[in-house]
Design a protein. Structure first.
Length: 295
């Protein structure tokens, strides 16, 4: 059973003659989502503009199943199914609008169009100056989130996509992301150590894994109520935190050097994550004189 979002990718390839340059496909997917109320894909400002890690991963999976083939610069549809036919009516209409407006546009034209009309996605582009004039570049530069404050942030990735998560970090100009999970593994796409590090590298955020301050998996079993979590965290405060002061001081030094540092784990609810207690311990270090914000 094919994921619905992959059917959208196939329908767009189909609508544009069965083959698109990789840059074209990413731009067209982003433009397609502008017609959707509930987005099938989310995007980050990457080195060549808007980019969806999820769409790229989906294409790699579809390549494995021989539904698409990958060239050096292109994706080509192999599957002969007409996926446009199986889309929801509103998404069929969106694909039709996309084809009407952008059929025949080159990669260069699509890059320029997205940079001009969605300047946020150009803020990390290494090629923006090739496509935009001085006034347009000023608009892009004005979209860059810049802050002079020194802040310790915490963030969980539960319930959001990798792209939404990265955009949250970019919105507050985080410079360093510290993964404080004991084991930097996840069943959720994008949040294994290597995937998260690659995503951070692509948008100019330094990534560090600090497993010493995490909680071993065995202690995380049978967490059914807030009381269960509270008991776990009391143990964490008595055992792990006193033994990892040097690691906490390392995070503090990162704030002093890089201004805005985020510590991350899974849980969306800060009261059910050890990062709350780790952050509070860092705040109690003698030279901490900054703000703590839970994203």
């Amino acid at each position: 059973m094919m994921y619905y979002r992959r059917k959208i990718v196939m329908a767009i390839l189909e609508a544009f003659g069965g083959e698109l340059e990789k840059l074209q496909l990413q731009k067209l997917l982003m433009l397609f989502t502008t017609y959707q109320q509930e987005k099938s894909f989310h995007f980050v400002p990457y080195k060549f503009g808007c980019f969806s890690f999820q769409a790229n991963a989906d294409l790699s999976t579809m390549k494995k199943y021989e539904q698409v083939t990958e060239g050096e610069k292109t994706w080509r549809k192999l599957d002969q199914t007409s996926y446009w036919q199986v889309l929801k009516p509103e998404d069929r209409l969106a694909v039709t609008k996309l084809k009407t407006k952008f059929e025949g546009k080159t990669s260069r034209e699509l890059i320029r169009y997205t940079y001009v009309n969605f300047p946020y996605y150009a803020i990390n582009s290494t090629v923006a100056e090739r496509y935009l004039n001085t006034a347009e570049m000023e608009i892009v530069n004005a979209k860059k989130p810049l802050s002079a404050k020194k802040v310790l942030y915490t963030i969980g990735y539960e319930g959001i996509s990798l792209e939404e998560y990265i955009n949250k970090l970019l919105a507050v100009d985080v410079k360093v992301l510290c993964d404080v999970r004991k084991n930097s593994l996840s069943m959720k796409y994008g949040f294994n150590k290597s995937q998260l590090q690659m995503a951070c590298d692509g948008v100019g955020i330094r990534f560090l894994h600090i497993p010493d301050v995490g909680i071993v998996a065995d202690k995380r079993k049978e967490l059914n109520t807030q009381k269960d979590y509270d008991i776990l965290f009391e143990d964490y405060k008595k055992t792990v935190l006193p033994e990892t002061i040097s690691r906490q001081e390392e995070i503090l030094e990162l704030i002093k050097t890089h201004d805005r540092v985020a510590i991350t784990c899974f849980e969306a609810n800060i009261c059910q994550c050890h990062r709350k207690h780790l952050a509070e311990a860092i705040c109690e270090l003698p030279s901490f004189d900054y703000e703590l914000i839970h994203l």
